[in-house]
Design a protein. Sequence first.
Length: 137
Amino acid sequence: MAAAAAAAGTARALPVHPSSSLPASAAFGPLGSPECGSGGEGGRGGDGGQDGSPGRPGEPGKPGKPGTHECTRYSDLPDKPRAKLTVADKVRVVLVLMNEGATEAQIAEKYKMSPDTVRLWKEAYLKRDWPVLMNDS
């Protein structure tokens, strides 16, 4: 069936990540997936003008919580021991902290470290001091 659709030019394949059979969008993370939450509700478009008069602008939508982004809740933190966290995981931890998805105390408790280490990661991220995040600290 798929071969017939492909021969007819009606099939549209998703790009596939080279190391997986998943579509590329799925292979690079859960952004946009149900476990990452969603944005706000979109607005209604404006009405078109009549008889040459200009149209009315649309109504704004209902945005998500200001200052938050996809996958920045406490539940989105990596579930692995601190020693196994990669630089990307540590950046995720900092983004969750900065977007108020978790407090320093919650993160410190989850990864069995001091709140000072959480602050150190945040400062390193803000200063783009990547070697600090590459260490096992």
